[in-house]
Write a protein that binds this ligand. Structure first.
Ligand code: AMP
Ligand code: MG
Length: 522
């Protein structure tokens, strides 16, 4: 076993916890042509630790106290190598905004460790630790602004129960990084079972390295899908591959439905940003929608709205087509077989979307088509009046499924999340219509009011990581003050808890939030 040598040394390394975690080299041992060994480039000015995700450090099996030490910060910022592990970058390609780009890769992400703790396997990756062979003349760095955004969003999504890569640490230095203006460098250490993307499969298909692709797929499936048996024959390999693609389709469909249910737009759903494990990955110009607009575009560089809120499911499906296409050399009668599998996307997406929104509305999904109609009408009503997505759903727990429309309307106004503008007559009329439609279904709930409310409050977050809150934290951080990053981290870690939530985090966003512009620059 490749990992044995390291295991014996590193069990005693201070970065590891009490011998229950070990450093391994499983993915790393794949080597060429998948990975290029490349050291991180040290920052010139001493990096500081902006935030350490202590809970995640413990969960991975790392020693949080040691990670926060000067020696740990050096490892987390790429200034020194993780003990006995040569860092690596992987090659992939992808469809960016629908166009095929033949070579991408981790241009600024370096795998720095693989850690096993019992059955749990995690990879650690530094983002922004210098150029790699796949940097394409770019600097391999990430600015503080985008690093704060990735760090906080990963953990916000995790706390909302949505599959995502995670973030262990955020380190920053005064080294200049040149974008539209001069900014400063930061490094996020991210954690995931795998950082493999659809683009990894596309790369080895379109460079015609089919044997390499087959080996990579075999490794990935054996590592991450123990339920799939690829067997020893061609026939069993095809069957296993199809089963695996089915799993990727299912996970991706669920993930995007869950994004929709918290009003999340990814912003850059290129195939190189789509995880093979159905994890949310590569947080750039993402956004949680404030006032709901079904055509909301969060990325200013997305002129056509390809990745708008409405289009996200369709694009996820399109990306899965691109993945399936890259697998077709291995699949007999590929066109028909793959088409059948891909057709399954809509069913999984629809089922998850209905389940998510039914529970957000405090309804039982058993009510079938009627629930779907209500979900559609709810989103139309919210869109028509640009109602705040998070506040609207959270305010539903102030209602009472057994009371009348008028009683409910009065009750609703006492909620700190009340989403309506009472001066707008049309809105108020439509709200009463919506309430009566909602009551027709909600009143059949078998739950007692308190039970119903408490369930709903665990379903609709009081807090999401809105862009204007991030913007405040970023502006402070750029002046060397990280209080707001810390404050946001605490709030996003417990997003359903309205009682503990600062008032400015649950309030209606200020007017200036509407004029915030985010681009791919990072
Ligand atoms: P993204 O749009 O951020 O997902 O990046 C697309 C590709 O460009 C990925 O392969 C990144 O690793 C790479 N990339 C983005 N920014 C940089 C940078 N500053 N230096 C090197 N590579 C980069
Ligand atoms: Mg990317």
């Amino acid at each position: 076993m490749v990992g044995l040598f390291n295991e014996t040394i590193l069990q005693d390394h201070p970065l590891f916890h009490n011998h229950d975690s070990i450093l391994v080299q499983e993915y790393a041992s794949l080597g060429t042509p998948y990975l290029a060994e490349v050291p991180a480039t040290p920052l010139r000015t001493q990096p500081c630790l902006v935030h350490l995700n202590t809970a995640l450090a413990n969960a991975v099996g790392l020693n949080a106290e040691q990670l926060a030490s000067a020696q740990g910060v050096d490892v987390l910022s790429g200034n020194t190598q993780f003990p006995s592990y040569q860092s690596r970058a992987s090659v992939y390609c992808g469809h960016q905004f629908g166009q095929f780009v033949p070579q991408l890769g981790d241009g600024r992400a370096l795998l720095i460790a693989e850690v096993r703790k019992g059955k749990q396997y995690r990879q650690l990756q530094l983002k922004g630790a210098g150029p790699t062979p796949y940097s394409r003349h770019a600097d391999g760095r990430a600015v503080l602004r985008s690093s704060i955004r990735e760090y906080l969003a990963s953990e916000a999504m995790h706390a909302l129960g949505i599959a995502t890569t995670r973030a262990l640490s955020l380190t920053a230095s005064a080294d200049p990084v040149f974008r539209e203006t001069t900014e400063t460098a930061a490094v996020v250490c991210r954690v995931s079972e795998s950082f493999m993307r659809f683009g990894h499969v596309e790369f080895f298909c379109y460079t015609n390295q089919l044997e390499a692709l087959r080996n990579l797929l075999t490794w990935h499936i054996e590592q991450h899908h123990p339920e799939i048996d690829l067997g020893e024959t061609e026939t069993s390999f095809h069957a296993g591959l199809l089963q695996w693609l089915g799993a990727v389709i299912e996970r991706t469909a669920r993930m995007v439905a869950q994004w929709q249910a918290v009003g999340f737009c990814h912003g850059v759903m290129n195939t190189d940003n789509m995880s093979l494990l159905g994890l949310t990955i590569d947080y750039g110009p993402y956004g949680f929608v404030d006032g709901f607009d079904i055509d909301h575009i969060c990325n200013h560089s997305d002129h056509q709205g390809r990745y708008s809120y409405r289009n996200q499911p369709r694009i996820a499906h399109w990306n899965l087509y691109a993945l399936a296409q890259a697998l077709s050399p291995f699949i007999p009668d590929s066109k028909e077989t793959l088409q059948n599998l891909l057709d399954g996307f809509a069913d999984v997406f629809h089922a998850e979307h209905s389940a998510q929104f039914a529970s957000k509305l405090g309804l039982s999904q058993l009510q079938g088509d009627a629930v779907d109609t209500l979900i559609e009408n709810t989103l139309k009503f919210m869109h028509q009046h640009t109602l705040d997505f998070t506040r609207f759903f959270r305010s539903i727990s102030a209602l009472n499924p057994k009371a009348t429309v008028e009683e409910n309307f009065a009750q609703w106004q006492h909620s700190p999340f009340f989403p309506l503008a009472l001066g707008d007559e049309e809105q108020v009329t439509n709200a009463r219509t919506w309430l009566s439609q909602w009551l027709a279904l909600a009143q059949t709930t078998p739950l007692a009011l308190e039970q119903w409310r408490s369930k709903l409050e665990k379903t609709n977050p009081a807090f999401v990581l809105r862009n204007h809150l991030l913007q405040n934290a970023i502006e402070q951080a750029q002046k060397g003050e990280f209080t707001e990053v810390n404050r946001l981290f605490i709030a996003l870690s417990d997003p359903y808890n309205a009682e503990q939530m600062p008032g400015d985090y649950i309030a209606k966003p200020p007017e200036w939030a509407k004029s915030l512009v985010l681009s791919c620059s990072s």
